[in-house]
Design a protein around this ligand. Structure first.
Ligand code: TXA
Ligand code: MG
Length: 368
């Protein structure tokens, strides 16, 4: 199939101006509006369109059409027991797809929507089981990205979208990665530039008491706890890799985000980590392997790897999250076989970074 690729850029000057109360200019040109309307029509006709969000690129289809959901699974090569997130662009649209909204959902929506938070809620009959992977619950997210919002509205209000990668690869954070994975498999790709956050949304399950985080993200447990006035825990299965417990978000059980080479995390004092990684690099090179390192701005000069990438200034969690998936993909592009990463602190957004990095490493971590 021919995949149409279009570029749509939000006019940020206008966004800022309208935040200041000036409303007359347009965020999209007439041509861009027509493009988004066309993308919406593709979805309403049962097709698939990849689109930008503030977290990662999504692979969208009509959430209320079972055939669209089946097509999404096929395009991604994803097991169909792994449910999709339904994206909306107006809070009131949540009532049609859910069966009863707890007070907690309203509080969290007021605090964090539109934004990088997904809520698990009981589903209504209009949501087909194909979209929810057979579950009686539905994941709902209202993204803040303005291209995403305009597109969701044009598509009829309910867009099912997993990350727009081939199953098992890192989520795409730039259109070029979507093109790598999805060109020829879907009808259209909307290129909205680099995603702002670069890691997938926080998923919180509100069907149980107390609420539980099933996938950590930019919205942290502390931020959720503050709004709800109760302690929000993380699903134990995703913290304890070897617990043998099944994660409550089916997707979290799959080996994900993994580069083709082996990835090992080395944790400890900075100097000891640099020394240990260099020792391993030397051995790997002697064995003829191509090597890679995820360093920081402070340490990047110290490694003798074939492919060395900085996750940003040490301690800059936003930079590290933003770069992680493109760094993992670059190791594949350059055929790195033995890859090492420095470790990240677990506080705040760090829990999400380490969750993804540990998954990419198949939980191989060496603590010095
Ligand atoms: O940031 C994001 O959430 C991105 C963008 C595109 O919005 N989407 C995304 O979707 O990451 P996906 O399909 O790659 O990951 C969705 C995760 C999976 O782990 C899935 O198992 C879980 O959400 N999930 C979806 N519906 C669920 C449900 N009803 N109960 C439990 N987990 C659910
Ligand atoms: Mg995904």
């Amino acid at each position: 199939m021919d995949t149409e690729i279009v570029k749509i850029e939000v006019n940020n000057d206008v966004v800022n101006a309208s935040a200041l109360g000036e409303k007359d200019a347009a965020i999209f040109s007439e041509e861009e509006k027509a493009c988004i309307a066309h993308a919406g029509e593709i979805i309403r006709n049962g097709g698939l369109v990849a689109f930008p969000t503030e977290t990662v690129y999504g692979l969208g289809g009509d959430a209320l059409n079972p055939e669209s959901s089946k097509k999404i699974y096929a395009a991604k090569g994803r097991p169909s027991d792994n449910p999709l997130i339904v994206h909306i662009a107006d809070f009131n649209d949540i009532y049609k797809i859910t069966a009863g909204i707890p007070e907690t959902a309203v509080k969290l929506a007021n605090a964090f929507w539109p934004g990088p938070l997904t809520m698990i809620l009981p589903k209504s009959d209009v949501v087909p089981k194909e979209t929810t992977g057979g579950l009686d619950t539905v994941a709902v997210r209202f993204p803040s990205d303005l291209v995403a919002q305009e597109f969701i509205r044009a598509a009829g209000g309910y867009v099912a979208a997993p990350s727009a990668n081939i199953s098992g690869r890192p989520s795409p954070t730039e259109a070029k990665y979507v093109i790598q994975d999805m060109d020829g498999r879907i009808d259209m790709i909307i290129d909205g530039g680099e995603n702002e956050i670069g890691l997938e949304s926080t998923i919180v399950d509100l069907t149980i008491n107390p609420p539980q985080v099933l996938r950590p993200g930019f919205i942290t447990n502390e931020m959720l706890s503050d709004v709800l006035n109760e302690k929000v825990e993380t699903d134990r299965a995703i913290i304890e890799a070897d617990s043998g417990i099944a994660p409550r978000a089916p997707g979290m059980k799959y080996r994900h985000y993994a580069p083709k080479g082996t990835l090992t995390i080395i944790e400890g004092e900075r100097e000891a980590v640099v020394a240990e990684i260099n020792r391993r690099l030397e051995a790997d090179k002697a064995d003829g392997f191509k090597t890679g390192v995820i360093a920081s701005d402070e340490t990047i000069e110290e490694y003798a790897a074939d492919v060395c990438k900085s996750s940003g200034k040490a301690g800059d969690q936003f930079a590290a999250a933003h770069r992680l998936y493109s760094i993992l993909r670059s190791f594949d592009d350059e055929n790195a076989e033995k890859i090492y990463s420095e470790s990240f602190a677990l506080d705040g957004f760090g829990a999400a970074i380490m969750n993804r990095l540990l998954k990419a490493a198949g939980h191989q971590i060496v603590r010095l």
